[in-house]
Design a protein around this ligand. Structure first.
Ligand code: DC
Length: 229
């Protein structure tokens, strides 16, 4: 039997790392290979940023952010072979991907009321296991007892190049702007006081700078099978 078809128990797998390291692509394909659920936790922080803008919330004020984040009704649903994020029943999956919401998500994700509210949401989502959770603090804070932890990284220029290509013409941004935004986001996400981006001591570190997504997914699946296959 090939390793792709082996049965494994319902595990909780975490994938952390900086923006543009390829987490989304490989987490999604690893989850599909294992028949597990894929959860993009960055989308939850983006949802808070998006709703803050939509509802005119002052993101500098903790009480306003607290009211917003703790009252949010977020759900991932499967649709047309993909996963969509609903906020209050409305599909916001595409609206949360703009450069403005991206930067605001990084800013609000450093704020205590937001982290507190989303910690509960994520823990509830992980209760059933058989899932791949992608984010910044999955293996360190949200699921410190996860069965397999990965930390996926890549050089800044490679990550910015990937994001620039992903935005395409619709992004309407110069490469230098994408690179500078990414650098700022790295700084915000790594230096914040609460749940900063860092590898868990027991995480498997993969540098994807010179690897394609297929090779990264193969390497991750090999680790999962070698421990639990
Ligand atoms: O993965 P992403 O680019 O969609 O995440 C958007 C922002 O959300 C990111 O800049 C940092 C924050 N985030 C976080 O603080 N913790 C997570 N588990 C996931 C994302």
């Amino acid at each position: 039997m090939s390793s792709r078809n082996k049965r494994i128990p319902p595990l909780l797998i975490t994938v952390d790392g900086p923006a543009g390291a390829g987490k989304t692509t490989v987490s999604r394909s690893l989850a599909a290979r294992l028949g597990f659920l894929y959860v993009d936790t960055g989308a939850l922080y983006r949802a808070v940023a998006f709703e803050a803008v939509s509802r005119g919330v002052d993101t500098e004020k903790d009480d306003e952010l607290d009211r917003l984040a703790s009252g949010m009704d977020l759900a991932f649903v499967h649709k047309d072979g993909g996963v969509r994020l609903l906020s209050g029943g409305k599909d916001i999956s595409d609206a949360i991907r703009t450069p403005r919401i991206t930067m605001l998500a990084s800013a609000v994700s450093a704020r205590p009321p937001v982290r507190r509210a989303l910690l509960d949401v994520q823990k509830r989502m992980g209760a059933e296991k058989a899932a791949v959770f992608e984010g910044r603090d999955m293996g360190t804070v949200v699921f410190p007892d996860a069965d397999v932890k990965f930390f996926l990284t890549a050089g800044l220029a490679a990550r910015a190049r990937r994001r620039f290509i992903e935005y395409g013409d619709a992004g309407n941004q110069r490469f230098e702007d994408v690179l500078n935004d990414m650098k700022r986001r790295d700084e915000n996400d790594s230096n914040r006081a609460l749940a900063p981006l860092c590898a868990a001591p027991d995480a498997i570190i993969i540098d994807s700078t010179d690897m394609n997504p297929e090779a990264v997914t193969d390497a991750m699946a090999a680790h999962v099978y070698s421990r639990h296959g």
